[in-house]
Design a protein around this ligand. Structure first.
Ligand code: IVH
Length: 697
């Protein structure tokens, strides 16, 4: 009986090994997860009945052994060397020159490989079975971490060979793929554990767990790059060929290994990998060039602890540590405040960095970064440098505080609950936002000032002619300066001033939209104008809102209760205005300087026709209309404007409250919906008749 159990156990182990190799090494799954689990459990059952069936290469050994007290020290059969580094082209040329001289060759052929950024591992296979895995340690003595190594899924517990060497040591790097790194950190944070700073630390930290069950849960991978001690086999002397042999045995080797010729070949390889770097799932910190031929390597030999026949050409480091000296807040074009770290200058990612982004206050809190800390700074490629994490708490460190006033204009800074970004509320007066505010103010859908486009605004602001929107209406006082400007003349200035003058005659909806209140788009502005009819009414309501908000917050028992209290109030009665929009409107009018600019604009003569909201005389007031499909005689925008001029409300979605839908060519879902809801559908011809009828009267 024991014989059959043993046979079955072996059969299962072989099958599971094949399946796992297909999955992890070849990326070509041969069975479902359920099938794998079923076989796995069968093997587990056999082994637990008869522990003598457990072999060191059994797939059940991957799940982790009982925790160790400490790791045993192991002397390496062959020392694990390090590599000489070089950081530029000249140093690489110097290496190549010495290698050619030393080996007496005109051209050296290199085995070119990525330099993986992980932690080194030596795997000892005896008769094809993994018997021991050791860390590099000091190069002579390492730690026995066999139980941990067994949990690495893409690492074969036995070599795929009928005739393996009696002994072979395979060396490589244990890495944690970038794609798994974030998920691992998220898991750690959820379990209240400290996240890893980078994939390399995650790899080495995970590999050196005393409890291999923890290592088993980390998505580590092994990338083979070389061979150590060998007994009982004659291997090809070429390194490139040796890596091919490793791959045949089931060791994962980088797909980017190449044989390159001489310095030119090495340089081209470096450039190609530097280009590829950012897109790789496994982080690399350089490339390695090794003389491919055994003869050349023998001629060159070693110096100290590194071979003379190999060199690592490092990429510029993407991360380093430095001190966080202070934090400034930068105000962006949209008023967003970004905390910027002022750093003791460091060389990173190929440049000297003294400023780096801290993203926002939430990130600062999450990473618990304080002024005075030693921090890890990252600059990858052309990406803006960022402070990634605290490396070491500074002795006299102090918390980073969000300023209550905008550092540019002094307006109040607001931070909406649940949002990471803090913003300056001085949209109209803040110098940081001025250009954008002015461009928006003069744009087509706002005050529509012809001749005052983005380019002119940029120039006028730079020359100090414009600061706030009200200055636009005082440009006439700079008439001479304008005429003297390059590319301008009497005529163009006269045109510009005339269009500014006529822009004073506007509508309340356009004016509200032009103010650039956050969250208030064109439709919202129109709805506000229609609801309040007078600017003062809107202002009063906005003024009362913040107070109400504070009261409701104090009185409400639950979030739902708070929302119920607020939804019945002023601003939120307007269709489409929710808590967020209402809050933005209120904040905008609460800022004294915004109110001053509005008064200034009114004083300069900006005005609009006052419509009486109660005025039912408008022929289409109270009617809600939806336009859909392609109109042929006029654009949808024009049709909408004319309908609105007659008092209709033009919206974009059809509901039971819609009075009628105008369907042009190729009208689709909206027309169907109207038909389904029994809403009247009219043609473009009907619309033209309707407009003609009412506009005449
Ligand atoms: S060869 C004698 N090849 O870099 C050559 N090393 O500074 C010894 N590394 O500890 C190493 N990728 O862990 C070699 N393709 C590669 C490598 C590589 C990463 C690591 C290795 C070693 C360190 C050497």
């Amino acid at each position: 009986m024991a014989g059959t159990a043993r046979e079955r156990a072996r059969e299962l182990a072989t099958r599971l090994t094949e399946l796992s190799r297909a999955y992890y090494v070849e990326d070509d799954p041969q069975a479902s997860d359920a099938e794998y689990d079923r076989l796995f459990r069968e093997l587990e059952a056999l082994e637990s009945e008869d522990p003598r069936l457990v072999t060191p290469d059994s797939p059940t050994q991957r799940v982790g052994a009982p925790p160790a007290e400490a790791f045993d020290s192991v002397d390496h059969a062959l020392p694990m060397l390090s590599l000489a580094n070089c950081f530029d082209d000249d140093e690489l040329a110097e290496f190549d020159r010495r290698a050619r001289e030393g080996a007496g060759r005109d051209v050296i052929v290199y085995c070119a490989e990525p330099k993986f950024d992980g932690t080194a591992l030596n795997l000892r296979y005896e008769d094809g079975v993994l018997v021991r895995a050791t860390t590099r340690g000091d190069g002579t003595t390492g730690e026995d971490i066999t139980a941990n190594a067994r949990t690495i899924r893409n690492l074969p517990l036995c070599l795929a060979s009928d005739n393996p060497p009696a002994v072979i040591e395979i060396r490589g790097e244990v890495v944690l793929p970038r794609s798994r790194f974030d998920a691992l950190n998220a898991r750690l944070e959820a379990a209240d554990q400290k996240p890893f700073v980078n994939p390399r630390n995650a790899a080495s930290g995970s590999l050196r767990q005393l409890d291999s069950k923890i290592t088993a849960q980390r998505p580590l991978a092994f990338m083979g790059y070389g061979i150590g001690a060998v007994e009982g086999a004659a291997l090809d002397g070429g390194l490139y060929a040796q890596l091919g042999q490793l791959a045949e045995w089931g060791i994962v080797v980088s797909p980017y290994v190449e044989r390159v010729e001489g310095l030119a070949g090495a340089r081209a390889y470096y450039d190609a990998m530097a280009e590829r770097r950012a897109g790789l799932d496994i982080e690399i910190d350089g490339v390695v060039f090794k003389a491919d031929e055994a003869y050349v390597r023998d001629e060159l030999g070693f110096v100290a602890r590194a071979p003379r026949w190999a060199i690592a050409r490092k990429f510029p480091a993407e991360e380093t540590t430095t001190t966080l000296d202070a934090v400034d807040f930068q105000v962006g074009r949209t008023g967003a405040l970004t905390p910027v770290a002022k750093l003791t200058p460091v060389f990173v990612g190929g440049v000297t960095v003294s400023n780096a982004t801290l993203h926002n206050m939430d990130e600062i809190a999450r990473k618990d970064i304080r002024v005075g800390d030693r921090v890890i700074v990252r600059r990858a490629g052309d990406v803006i440098p960022e402070v990634k994490a605290v490396a070491e708490r500074g002795e006299n460190s102090r918390p980073i505080e969000l300023p209550s006033a905008c550092p540019v204009c002094g307006s109040a800074v607001e931070r909406i609950a649940g949002e990471a970004v803090a913003r300056c509320t001085g949209g109209l007066v803040c110098a940081a936002q001025r250009r954008e505010a002015l461009k928006h103010f003069a744009s087509r859908d706002a005050l529509d000032i012809e001749g005052l486009g983005d380019r002119q605004i940029e120039a006028f602001v730079s020359e100090g002619l414009l600061q706030t929107p009200a200055d636009i209406f005082r440009l006439h006082t700079h008439r001479d300066a304008l005429v003297a400007r390059e590319g301008y003349g009497e005529k163009s200035v006269a045109n510009l001033l005339a269009s500014i003058e006529s822009a004073k005659d506007t509508t309340l909806a356009r004016f509200i939209f032009a103010l650039g209140i956050r969250e208030v788009g064109q439709t919202m502005a129109r709805d506000l104008a229609r609801h309040f009819a007078r600017l003062d009414a809107l202002r009063d309501e906005a003024g009362a809102y913040l107070e109400r908000e504070a009261e409701a917050r104090a009185a409400a028992t639950t979030k739902a209760d708070y929302e119920r209290r607020m939804s019945a109030e002023g601003l939120q009665i307007v269709p489409g205005v929710g808590a967020r929009v209402a809050h933005c409107i209120a904040e905008f009018f609460a800022e004294q300087r915004n109110r001053e600019v509005i008064d200034d604009l009114l004083a300069e003569g900006v005005h609009w026709p006052v419509v009486d909201v109660e005025d039912k005389a408008q022929p289409l007031s109270g009617q809600t209309v939806v336009l859909t499909g392609t109109l042929t005689e006029l654009t949808r925008e024009a049709a909408g404007a004319r309908l609105e001029a007659l008092g209709a409300r033009v919206t974009s979605s059809v509901s039971k409250k819609t009075d009628f839908v105008v369907a042009g060519d190729k009208a689709g879902s909206k027309k169907e919906k109207a038909e389904k809801l029994g809403v009247r559908v009219r043609s473009e011809a009907d619309l033209l008749t309707l407009l003609a009828e009412h506009e005449a009267g």
